[in-house]
Design a protein around this ligand. Structure first.
Ligand code: 9MR
Ligand code: ZN
Length: 572
């Protein structure tokens, strides 16, 4: 059994791969690895007025809903919905929309039963809080104290001085920020994307965030919790800028740490090469942040803007793409990209939105001559953030505004078509189950909500896409062929063994809540998954809730952040 970087005892993992000889591996899956349930619901539940659809994977004509006392409170006929390619299942659907009385229920049919789900007004708030609080649990460079972290505390970590890889006689103070994922690395481009998801969530749904209380240090404060938490990351991000404005790509050890607590990872941290993608994302997100924090802390906002401009000036002086590849001997994340045109577009767009200066607008127009996705909200493909910035600031010319508006609407339309064809209502096709597929689902959910927001705010439009956003959340919380809620601590059958060093090393059976798992990956990109999941398994079922499986069940800050956005938007 191989856990990368692992040296400790993996007693927490119960299902072991037994290797008979070098190429024969016995499938060790206990039956429970994929839920035995054949009726699938959103395990967090539904708001009374929500559309509520349970998915059944067996022929059924009649279904009923029972309450906690086993009393039937609702019934109906399930409707066949054809064969679903991604899961390999034949699907029936049960519409429970008209059931709107608060309570806890199950759907039952032909002796089968769903997990429990709840109907109540603020049904998303627990999940929303947990997903936001997960960022606190990812904090690096400080102790996690019991008054905030409950039993999931850790000691102060990763505070030793880092060495500059290109000249190791230089040492730097780059402590702080969030651990990227199940590893202890801190990387600039994914950090910028996670912050952007959260900041745009805050910009679109301030009321929901203003009410949120996730019990983190630094309170009371005028700032909502989301901004307190994001500031923790921003302050680290600012340390990643070189004196000349360029931004280093990452701060990690040379090799991923063993599966130890963060405070026990004493490997030497290196600050690795500058990249133009990191510099551009940095310029973008610090400009965006400066507009957001201005209201609360003018000095911080000025500082952010100064750093953004320095990064931007460096980009102007260095127009060539400087990508990132791991130096020799380094196996931590590379977050490499093939082009930085979308990153530069995002930077120019944010600086234009923040300042209204023409030079940035000219740059926006110049960069838009290139082909890149204009609605992508990923960690590598960031054009959608630039588009969103221009759309929200209202500063771009009418023709461009219309174009960007249309881009989001047509993308949402195309994704809605995919949902209509999917038995599960999910916005990705059988070919889309790559590493981190849940991020695709969640950022598609964001696109639906952005389209919804645009239509609501336009004279002619009638919002059409909210229900599709909600379907993406339903998928993440249990309406998928694995039956898992992909968020730790949310739902009665949820993931609990993410590929996460602290969650493994703390020896606490229950993982801390609110972490979004990467989700099914039909390419089975890690050794354990490849050994255990038979070839030809339907893509949506290529999943294991197992610490070993970094390609299926790791967590990252930029998978959590679109979940926070989606939950905020759907809570409105
Ligand atoms: O999320 C990334 C995924 O899209 C890539 O396919 C994969 C391989 O390059 O890397 C993933 O990112 C990992 C990063 O390299 C290190 N931290 C954990 C990330 C999630 O697995
Ligand atoms: Zn740390």
């Amino acid at each position: 059994m191989i856990l990368y970087g692992q040296t400790g005892n993996l007693s927490r993992i119960t299902n072991e791969v037994k290797t008979m000889n070098n190429d024969e591996i016995v499938d060790p899956r206990p039956e429970m690895l994929i839920s035995p349930v054949k009726i699938f619901v959103n395990q967090a539940g539904y708001r009374p007025g929500d559309e509520k659809t349970a998915v059944l994977t067996f022929p059924s004509s009649y279904f009923s809903v029972i309450d906690e006392n086993g009393r039937q409170v609702f019934s109906g006929s399930a409707v066949p919905a054809g064969h679903d390619e991604a899961s390999g299942d034949d699907i029936w659907r049960a519409d429970l929309t008209r059931l709107d009385a608060p309570g806890k229920y199950r759907v039952v049919s032909s002796g089968e039963s769903s997990e429990v789900f709840e109907i109540k007004d603020d049904v998303y708030s627990d999940c929303f809080d947990k997903c936001m609080k997960a960022f606190y649990f990812q904090r690096c460079g400080c102790e996690l104290l019991p008054e905030y972290a409950g039993m999931w505390t850790h000691g102060k970590c990763h505070c030793g001085r880092a060495l500059l890889l290109e000249n190791t006689s230089v040492s730097l103070e780059v402590s702080g920020g969030w651990h990227d994922a199940g590893d202890y690395g801190r990387y600039v481009t994914p950090a910028a994307a996670a912050l952007a998801h959260l900041f745009y969530g805050w910009k679109l749904y301030p009321k929901v965030f203003r009410k949120q209380d996730i019990n983190i240090p630094g309170k009371p404060s005028d700032m909502p919790d989301v901004l307190i938490e994001c500031r923790y990351e921003l302050e680290w991000l600012l340390k990643m800028q070189r004196y000349d404005g360029a931004v280093w790509h990452k701060a990690t050890t040379m090799q991923h740490a063993p599966f130890v607590m963060p405070e026990d990872d004493n490997g030497q941290i290196f600050v690795m090469q500058v990249s133009s993608s990191a510099t551009a994302d940095f310029a973008a997100v610090t400009a965006l942040a400066s507009t957001i924090y201005r209201k609360y802390d003018g000095i911080f906002a000025d500082w952010l803007m100064k750093c953004s401009l320095a990064a931007y000036d460096w980009l102007e002086k260095n127009p060539q793409f400087i990508g990132f590849t791991n130096p020799k001997g380094c196996n931590t994340g590379s977050y490499g990209e093939h082009s930085d045109l979308d990153n530069r577009f995002w930077a120019a767009a944010e600086l234009y939105s923040a300042s209204g200066e023409e030079r940035f607008y000219n740059k926006v127009m110049e960069l838009l001559q290139n082909e890149f996705p204009r609605t992508a909200l990923g960690f590598a493909s960031v054009g959608g953030f630039g588009a969103l910035s221009l759309l929200l600031s209202g500063r771009a010319g009418a023709a461009l505004m219309n174009q960007l508006h249309k881009d989001f609407i047509s993308r949402a339309e195309a994704l809605a078509d995919i949902c209509e064809k999917s038995g599960w209502g999910v916005s990705i096709t059988a070919d889309d189950y790559h590493w981190g597929s849940n991020m695709q689902v969640l950022t598609n959910g964001m696109i639906f909500l952005i389209a919804d927001w645009l239509e609501k705010n336009s004279v002619t439009g009638r919002p059409r896409f909210r229900r599709y956003a909600k379907m993406q959340l339903d998928y993440i919380l249990g309406v998928n062929a694995t039956g898992y809620s992909f968020i730790t601590g949310v739902g009665s059958f949820c993931v609990n063994y993410p590929h996460h060093r602290q969650a493994f090393a703390d020896n606490i059976e229950e993982c801390f809540p609110g972490l979004v798992s990467g989700g099914p990956d039909s390419h089975r990109d890690d050794q354990y998954a490849a050994a255990v999941i038979p070839k030809g398994t339907p893509p949506m079922k290529c999943f294991l809730d197992n610490t070993e499986c970094y390609s299926l069940n790791e967590v990252t800050i930029y998978w959590n952040s679109p979940a926070v956005f989606l939950l905020a938007g759907l809570s409105e």
